[in-house]
Ligand binder design. Structure first.
Ligand SMILES: Nc1ncnc2c1ncn2[C@@H]1O[C@H](COP(=O)(O)OP(=O)(O)O)[C@@H](O)[C@H]1O
Ligand SMILES: [Mg+2]
Length: 325
């Protein structure tokens, strides 16, 4: 990254400068310690911790809060370590909700808390943004530097992380997404899937606890989609990363712990993917697709065959068909 670039931009957090960053880093460390105590069960909390909580959240893009709301009263808890898929039509409010999760937008009414911190608390916005990383749709818009390593270093540099630690994080983040060998290359020559993995590594380098992917697979070919999904699942499984994956592809929602369907700014369905896909009538009413296998199973069931319509994967469909006499 060139010096001119660094000076010409205030950074993704809008925060630069030594003392302030150090103070914030200190606060973040204190939270890390509290968090570790919770995870080890040192504090008796009983239930699993919620990473993010939304209470009756409304959001309107019009400055005075009038006009139609993009988010209309969403109440939601996202459990630490869970993999949540979020689907819905264009314009149903998914991206608005995503931006509310990390304080890029704040509610017009209601409350969003990230690890207990209200996203409207301006003194703590640094904590919120460093805990919830975002990966967006267009891989080309997310690259910052002409060199892969510099690109990854950008986030932690803005957080005031010390040099040695940045170097460690760059290698760690690139290895987590299987891109270490590209460290000294240029991001612009990579494939779409590789660019999105790089974007994920850039987010990882700020060590967030939650990763929100807003249609991060939408512009990729099937191979790129598979790469991104594999990396995302592995981060969830091995690193305990909480994932909110917004997607158009119902098939990508299959492996999630939870599937949330948004319609017209509100939650239309919420549950285990299979339970949600079983609400076939509702999904049809809001003109949302279901996985290919569910469609076939429902059609066979409607045709009078003894096939369970509440299935979602092609393996299950095959099993159902093989059982037919
Ligand atoms: N920057 C914006 N200014 C004004 N209205 C917006 C803006 N972004 C989105 N909207 C409106 O908010 C609603 C929800 O949009 P969005 O959250 O982008 O939905 P989705 O991501 O599900 O397609 C839509 O009606 C959209 O037109
Ligand atoms: Mg969107």
């Amino acid at each position: 990254m060139t010096a001119a670039f660094r000076n010409g931009r205030r950074g993704i957090y809008g925060l630069t400068g030594g003392a302030a960053a150090e103070k914030r880093l200190h606060t973040a460390r204190v939270y890390d310690i509290i968090y570790k105590v919770f995870r080890k069960g040192g504090a008796k909390t009983g239930d699993k911790m919620n990473a993010i909580e939304l209470k009756d959240v409304h959001f309107s893009y019009s400055r005075d809060g009038s006009g139609e709301e993009a988010v209309k009263g969403v109440t939601l808890s996202i459990e630490e370590g869970s993999f949540v898929a979020l689907v819905g039509h264009n314009g149903s409010g998914k991206s608005t909700l995503a931006r509310l999760l990390n304080g890029l937008l704040t509610p017009t009414n209601g409350q969003v808390t990230v690890y207990g911190v209200d996203t409207r608390d301006e003194d703590r916005i640094f904590d919120v943004r460093s805990r919830v990383g975002m990966v967006f749709q267009n891989p080309d818009n997310q690259m910052i530097a002409t060199n892969v390593a510099d690109d990854i270093a950008f986030g932690p540099e803005n957080l005031g992380v010390e040099r040695e630690e940045i170097i460690r994080r760059v290698d760690w983040a690139l290895s987590k997404v299987g891109m270490l060998e590209y460290k000294n290359g240029t991001p612009f020559k990579l494939s779409g899937g590789q660019k999105q993995r790089l974007a994920i590594a850039g987010v990882l380098a700020i060590k967030p606890r939650v990763m929100v992917l807003d249609e991060a697979t939408a512009m990729l070919d099937p191979k790129g989609r598979d790469e991104v999904m594999a990396v995302t699942r592995q981060l969830n499984r091995d690193e305990g990363m909480t994932v909110v994956h917004i997607t158009h592809y119902m098939d990508e929602a299959l492996g999630a712990d939870r599937l949330i369907v948004m319609n017209d700014g509100a939650i239309a369905a919420d549950g285990r993917p299979k339970e949600v896909f079983a609400q076939y009538g509702l999904l049809r009413k809001i003109k949302l697709g279901v996985p290919f296998a569910t469609n076939v199973a429902v059609a066979l069931h409607s045709a009078g065959l003894d096939v369970d319509p509440h299935i979602a994967t092609e393996e299950e469909l095959l099993e159902q068909i093989c059982r037919l006499k």
